[in-house]
Design a binder for this molecule. Structure first.
Ligand SMILES: [Zn+2]
Length: 329
């Protein structure tokens, strides 16, 4: 049923290594992705139990099949999206299936997307400390790894964030620890120009913990929490404002948003692009009623990871001390 549905919408299913999902390129990429493309196919249609939903890891789109049809129809009719779709046929298939898209089995060969979609199930998964010890620190005798130097990360931050190096995979790695300090993952950035994927969420025992934020272990929820997009954004911002976290993936799943609820205040510093704007909207909606401020970098500066230190200092310096409200509170 799902393949007929995809065909009706003009969406091409791709060979998939992801259990429980049919993977495609994001059909909304021309509107929702920064470059208008989805070259590392990020869109998935859930099959089997929990079927009938789709999800984009790149732009965060999430919805039922009926919702997708409505959004695509809207995009084709009013926003110039080019898609050879037969919407009536797609809707008829949804109706015939009672809203479900089950009935497809793709084998069980890779839990990554499933884990991303089901943070609660992986919530208790711990990585042992001895596992982390296979990756040495990304500095030695006062010398930072050249990649960290090139990205403008300083030694104090490399030590504070416990940044590691995986020589086998040629990745700079950030240990991910939860609110209790337990090791819950490792996030590795390829240092090779064409290294794919650029970011790897390491697994232990076949699982990772996608609902954990990078920075939970040093976070002070009683002070304004700065949220940036990536590990390198956090590493660059850390010297100026240490109460910073990043979500590791563009996908802000409900379980992840719940984990960070109840902080005194949120400061959002996402990238100046459609994905960043979508993330701001999503958090503002999820934390309605919370104190929340949007921070912006000047036009031409893509993200905090690329901002000059002086700019970060002037943007974040005034935030570093608690505001009068908090002193009085
Ligand atoms: Zn997308």
């Amino acid at each position: 049923m799902l393949y007929r549905f995809l065909t009706a919408l003009g969406i091409q299913p791709l060979p998939s290594r992801r259990a429980g999902w049919v993977v495609t390129r994001c059909p909304l990429a021309p509107l929702r992705h920064q470059r208008g493309t989805d070259n590392n196919p990020s869109f998935g249609f859930r099959v089997g139990a929990g079927g009938g939903r789709c999800h984009c890891l790149a732009c965060g789109y999430s919805g039922t099949l009926a919702r997708l049809v409505a959004d695509l129809r809207q995009a084709v009719q009013h926003q110039g999206l080019a898609l050879a779709a037969d919407f009536a046929a797609a809707e008829a298939l949804i109706e015939a299936a009672g809203g479900q898209a089950g009935g497809l089995s793709l084998g069980d060969t890779g839990p990554d997307i499933e884990a991303l979609a089901n943070g609660a199930r992986a919530a208790e998964h711990l990585f042992p400390e001895w596992w982390l010890n296979q990756f040495p620190p990304a500095h030695h005798q006062g010398q930072l790894h050249p990649y960290l130097q090139a990205r403008g990360v300083d030694m104090a931050t490399a030590i504070a964030l416990d940044i590691r190096f995986d020589a086998g995979r040629q990745r700079i790695c950030f240990p991910i620890r939860d609110f209790n300090g337990f090791l819950r993952g490792l996030h590795g950035r390829s240092i090779l120009p064409d290294g794919q994927p650029r970011y790897l969420m390491y697994r232990y025992g076949g699982q990772n913990c996608p609902s954990i934020w990078h920075g939970e272990s040093w976070l002070d929820p009683d002070r304004p929490v700065l949220i940036v997009e990536s590990v390198f954004d956090a590493a660059r911002v850390f010297p100026h404002y240490p109460n910073v976290v990043d979500p590791l993936t563009a996908d802000l799943m409900p379980e992840k948003i719940r984990r960070l609820s109840g902080c005194a205040e949120y400061l959002l510093l996402f990238d100046n692009d459609p994905a960043g704007q979508a993330a701001r909207r999503k958090l503002r909606q999820a934390w309605a009623g919370a104190r929340l401020r949007d921070l912006y970098l000047p036009a031409g500066c893509k993200d905090p990871g690329e901002a000059p230190p002086a700019l970060l200092a002037s943007l974040l310096g005034t935030l570093a001390s608690p505001s009068a409200d908090f002193r009085l509170g």
